[in-house]
Ligand binder design. Structure first.
Ligand SMILES: Nc1nc2c(c(=O)[nH]1)N[C@H]1C(S)=C(S)[C@@H](COP(=O)(O)OP(=O)(O)OC[C@H]3O[C@@H](n4cnc5c(=O)[nH]c(N)nc54)[C@H](O)[C@@H]3O)O[C@H]1N2
Ligand SMILES: Nc1nc2c(c(=O)[nH]1)N[C@H]1C(S)=C(S)[C@@H](COP(=O)(O)OP(=O)(O)OC[C@H]3O[C@@H](n4cnc5c(=O)[nH]c(N)nc54)[C@H](O)[C@@H]3O)O[C@H]1N2
Ligand code: SF4
Ligand SMILES: [Mo]
Length: 732
């Protein structure tokens, strides 16, 4: 038996792990309690993560589609054929005809993410789609406008905060992470509460976190912008603000908007009484130290950008940024404010059909299906999906599924063949974080205090596999595209270095992710590579005190202030205010989502979901308020049809007083299959894919995120004509 220490690669929290192996198999994954930084959030998702390693359905060799079967091939054959196929598409239809969708786990796989981007740059395609457009795009849009850099995110000074306003986040289940993370964050919030701090949770559902809060506010979905503007208005009217205006630009404009807003109208829009709003505003403004934080729950709704923007306006107005117990910018292992533009070059690319500008370098997943199926110059004919399950996790998956079938070539890099991959022409094995030796300087830069830890492989890759980044590098070379920054003459040198590394057995001689991490970490100047290499349990102290003021200093070095009132936001706010509150009687409920501890979006099927009891497998459940149940004549346990403007499906009613009236809740990540490419057999994971109800046309106009939270729906008793989900799936 042997023990090694590494970093969890499942969510941003990046917990320290202790991994026990026997005969080159992982037998146990536990928290690494010697990790000075992060282990306390350790959860069952990591505890069962090793079950994927030797799973019989895992893809461990490149698989080629032959008719309706897959056959195993060599990497050389796969690389040559894919290169030839993509080059043919590019020759006929141009570079934009080869597209890419990158899912969430790729963010934790530095080598794969890096070489994937290098491949796209080498091809020169602007047809880039990624998970941000079904997750955090609202933050990127807000940061881009406020700070001139989409990657700036502020960290939380939890241990010194007296008042937490938490909007659209459920940290008891999800942990405190979202483009940044707070180790043991939720428990530290609760520890502050025990010491007298106020914790206010804003959520239409009485969540696990809301149940532990001091106060729970239940607004209508997608109305947080109205609640926030109302709070800001009260603060402005009562002169409770104390903005540091020397760092702010546009403050006057924001104050004028707040002064002219109509409190009663805003209160109606979020359905929170005016007296409650006044109290919320006074409590927030008068707290000695406070922070307002808005996350996924609002970002994946129609007014995500407005809500995230107004959250920051509230923070700046009450001096909660770069001050103790509030939010602050940290220059970690990398200084993202300084490095942002080099790492993520600005792109003005617009989508072909809808003409939308990209966000953080990528178009919205909501546009992908149409871009594949609509003929014309630039139509997408080839696609590479890396670490994503967009048919399940994104909007109107059934349409995307049909579009994927229409491609000339679909290449998938994943550990498993899931619903989004069933039309794949090529399946390329995905590596597992327990097999990786890497450090992710980008994710680690999003820490509240400087932190660095190298992940260390607990087990080697299966002999038949290469790392994802090696496949992507070889594909770029085989396509004869410039691997580095337009410098095609470097390709032979890279090829020579790969050869040299192979014959000498010295991996470090080849162009590798670790070489690039090393360069990045050196440029950040925070830790030395040898220090990091020696630190088995990682470097960094959670209780280091921040240097407040860094954000303002860095911005002023760039000749900037915080742009508090961007034109596009102000315009959209005005339009939203001018649009009267109206409910379509055809769809009287709004559907929101929930996560659970044993699931990671759609992909813990082979690992932590195996620890779910049959009773826990409620992926076809729709939760609605008890009074709404009576209003619509629905009983507990009744099977119903859930309809939206774009789809309908079956679900089972659960009546609950935890849900506010007018709202329904269904978990995402259910209702899909995992296939065994060796046999062609698919197994159904239970539940229904509630995201089919989400329109791919009804988006937040500023972030292009679809309404994964807030979808207008109707719930009616089933009739003979209603589709039955599993059967419907099997028939597809
Ligand atoms: N209704 C609703 N929908 C939502 C959300 C919501 O709150 N409500 N949340 C959204 C959010 S926040 C997110 S992040 C998205 C997620 O959306 P996606 O990232 O598109 O999809 P996932 O379901 O996370 O699937 C990830 C895929 O990556 C594979 N994978 C895991 N590890 C690796 C690896 O190391 N290498 C490779 N190559 N593949 C790997 C898994 O097998 C799986 O197939 O879903 C969004 N969808
Ligand atoms: N166990 C587990 N942990 C995870 C994940 C997982 O799938 N499972 N996913 C990881 C990922 S990829 C992410 S991005 C993070 C997300 O973590 P969080 O940002 O905490 O997001 P959620 O857990 O989706 O919680 C969002 C909350 O918003 C509420 N909500 C819905 N609509 C609205 C609205 O209009 N207004 C308000 N105020 N609230 C609303 C929902 O009821 C829900 O409780 O979690 C990460 N951690
Ligand atoms: S999945 Fe669990 S163990 Fe892994 S980083 Fe996230 S919270 Fe930590
Ligand atoms: Mo996410």
């Amino acid at each position: 038996m042997s023990t090694s220490y590494t970093v969890c690669g499942i969510c941003e929290q990046g917990c320290g792990l202790k991994v026990t192996t026997e005969n080159r198999r992982v037998i146990k994954v536990e928290p690494d309690k010697d990790n000075p930084y992060s282990w306390q959030d350790f959860c069952i998702k990591a505890g069962k993560s090793h079950l994927a390693l030797n799973h019989p359905k895992r893809i461990t060799q490149p698989m080629k589609r032959v008719g309706d079967r897959y056959v195993a091939t060599s990497y050389d054959e796969a690389v040559a054929a894919i290169a030839e196929g993509f080059n043919r598409i590019i020759d006929q239809h141009g570079a934009n005809a080869v597209a890419s969708y990158v899912g969430n786990p790729n963010g934790f796989n530095f080598g794969s993410a890096l070489f994937h981007t290098m491949l796209l740059d080498a091809i020169g395609t602007e047809s880039r789609y990624w998970v941000g457009s079904i997750d955090q795009n609202a933050l990127h849009v807000v940061s881009d406008e406020l700070y001139g850099n989409p990657w700036v995110s502020l960290q939380a000074d939890i241990d010194h905060c007296d008042h937490f306003l938490l909007i659209g986040t459920n940290p008891q289940i999800s942990t405190m992470c979202w483009i940044g993370y707070s180790p043991n964050g939720w428990k530290r919030v609760l520890a502050r509460k025990a010491e007298g701090a106020e914790v206010v949770v804003v959520d239409p559902r009485r969540t696990e976190s809301a149940a532990k809060a001091s106060q729970h506010i239940q607004p209508l979905p997608e109305s947080d912008w109205a609640l926030l503007l109302a709070i800001i208005k009260v603060i402005v009217d009562k002169d409770l603000g104390r903005p540091r205006d020397q760092h702010l630009q546009g403050l006057e404009r924001v104050l004028a908007i707040a002064a002219s807003a109509d409190l009663d109208d805003l209160a109606k829009r979020c359905d929170i009484p005016v007296e409650v709003i006044i109290q919320l505003a006074e409590n927030f403004a008068r707290a000695p130290r406070a922070m307002a934080v808005a996350r996924t729950g609002v970002s994946v709704g129609r007014h995500g950008v407005l809500a995230l923007w107004l959250t920051q306006v509230l923070n700046y107005l009450t001096d909660r940024v770069e001050s103790e117990g509030g939010l602050y910018y940290v220059s970690g292992v990398l200084d993202l404010l300084a490095a942002g533009d080099t790492l993520f070059p600005h792109s003005e690319a617009k989508s072909r059909l809808r003409g939308n500008k990209n966000v953080a370098g990528a178009h919205s997943l909501a546009e992908l299906a149409d871009e594949i199926t609509t003929p014309g110059e630039g139509q997408i004919r080839g696609l590479i999906i890396n670490s994503g399950n967009p048919v399940v996790s994104g909007p109107e998956g059934h349409k995307l599924d049909a579009a994927l079938a229409d491609l000339d070539m679909l290449v998938v890099i994943d550990q498993f063949q899931r619903e989004s991959h069933r039309h794949a022409d090529w399946l390329i094995p995905g590596d597992h974080f327990l097999e990786r030796d890497d450090i992710n300087p980008l994710i680690q830069s999003l820490s509240p205090t400087p932190r660095a830890q190298q992940a260390r492989a607990a087990v080697p890759l299966p002999e038949t596999m290469r790392y994802e980044w090696e496949f992507l590098r070889d594909l770029t070379l085989a396509m004869d595209k410039p691997l580095l920054d337009g410098k095609k003459w470097l390709n032979p040198l890279v090829k020579a270095s790969i050869w040299l590394a192979r014959v000498t057995g010295k991996k470090q001689l080849a162009l590798s992710p670790n070489l690039l991490s090393r360069l990045l970490i050196r440029s950040g100047g925070r830790f030395s590579w040898s220090e990091i290499s020696r630190a088995t349990h990682g470097l960094g102290k959670v209780d280091d005190r921040p240097q407040f003021g860094t954000l303002f200093e860095k911005l002023s070095q760039q000749g900037r202030k915080v742009a508090l009132a961007p034109d596009s936001f102000v315009r959209h706010l005005q339009q939203t205010l001018d649009t009267p509150l109206a409910k379509n009687p055809e769809f009287p409920l709004q559907l929101i989502s929930r996560r659970r501890l044993k699931m990671m979006n759609s992909w813990s099927v082979e690992t932590s979901m195996t620890a779910m009891s049959e009773r826990e497998k409620t992926g076809d459940r729709i939760e609605i308020n008890t009074e709404d149940g009576q209003r619509f004549g629905l009983q507990e346990g009744q099977t119903v049809t859930v309809s939206s403007a774009v789809a309908e499906l079956r679900a089972v009613v659960h009546l609950s007083d935890d849900i506010r009236p007018g709202v329904a809740v269904m978990e995402h990540g259910w209702g899909h299959r995992t296939f065994d490419p060796k046999t062609g057999q698919g197994s159904y994971n239970g539940g229904v894919n509630r995201n089919q109800l989400v329109s791919n046309r009804d988006l937040d106009p500023l972030s292009r995120v679809p309404r994964l939270n807030g979808t207008d729906i109707r719930v009616t008793p089933v009739t003979a004509a209603s589709p039955s989900n599993p059967a419907e799936l099997a028939a597809r």
